[in-house]
Design a protein around this ligand. Structure first.
Ligand code: SF4
Length: 253
């Protein structure tokens, strides 16, 4: 069981009113759990029934948490190696009550500089895509009406894809953001975000234009705007516009 599945199971137990869980001697160790699990916020405690090392539980999302509280908890985060090269943590931007949330992969150079997601060329394209598609479809929507964030909050060096452990560690914040906002739908931008949200392994070209699920929230997958900036990707651009139309009609139609 990975950290995410364990967290969900513990939350399920908490909802049932179970306040303590026990670890069997010789059971699974805490290896592979998020490093930040050393600072659990869980109400559930563990009772270790043997001299085995203490179990590090992944933090549970406190009920009724706000984005501001999550941001405060992130603080000057050093929970994964991505803190080493960052200038600013890029938490998210937009209306926290928005029924539609866009999730990308991670900040680039412009985002790292400004602390705001999707402000570079790819971000400008995303803004155009949202606003122009909405306008064409007769929906009154500005970029500031949706919420935009990433799977990881610090820029990976050289804009490389985030490593699985970085996504697992930082993913707890995305998880908590989505729980706090509980939008009507999520739009995953690119394969990394799509795989992080759906747990699937396919590439974005196989997943785009289809609905998946994050908990009980529908997830539409489409291309990352930076992929669409390449001149030879004009077909992909048309497809992304179609995907966005589906998401907008589902949420605002
Ligand atoms: S990427 Fe996320 S977990 Fe890693 S240092 Fe930045 S905020 Fe912390």
């Amino acid at each position: 069981m990975n950290a995410e599945e364990l967290r969900q199971q513990l939350e399920y137990y908490r909802d049932l009113g179970i306040k303590e869980v026990y670890r069997r001697p010789g059971g699974a160790s805490g290896a592979g759990l998020p490093a930040c699990a050393a600072e659990p916020t869980a109400q559930i405690q563990t009772t270790v029934a043997s001299p085995a090392p203490p179990v590090a539980l992944p933090p549970l999302a406190p009920a009724g948490e706000t984005l501001f509280q999550i941001l405060e908890d992130i603080g000057d985060c050093r929970r994964c190696r991505l803190h080493e090269g960052r200038n600013k943590i890029v938490f998210g931007v937009g209306d926290e009550k928005a029924p539609l949330v866009f999730v990308g992969e991670g900040p680039g150079a412009d985002e790292d500089e400004q602390g705001i997601p999707f402000v570079g060329r790819a971000g400008q394209l995303l803004t155009q895509m949202i606003e122009n598609t909405a306008k064409k479809e007769g929906i009154n929507l500005k970029r500031s009406d949706v919420y935009i964030c990433n799977v990881v909050k610090c820029r990976p060096p050289g804009n490389r894809t985030p490593e699985p452990d970085e996504m697992e560690i930082c993913g707890q914040f995305l998880y908590r953001q989505l729980l706090a906002m509980h939008p009507k739908a999520i739009c995953a931008l690119g394969g990394t975000a799509a795989r992080a949200l759906t747990g699937r392994k396919e590439g974005v070209t196989k997943m785009r234009g289809r609905w998946f699920q994050w908990k009980d929230i529908p997830v539409m997958v489409t291309y990352h705007p930076s992929f669409l900036l390449r001149p030879y990707n004009q077909d992909a651009k048309r497809e992304a516009w179609e995907d966005l139309k589906k998401a907008l009609h589902f949420v605002y139609g």
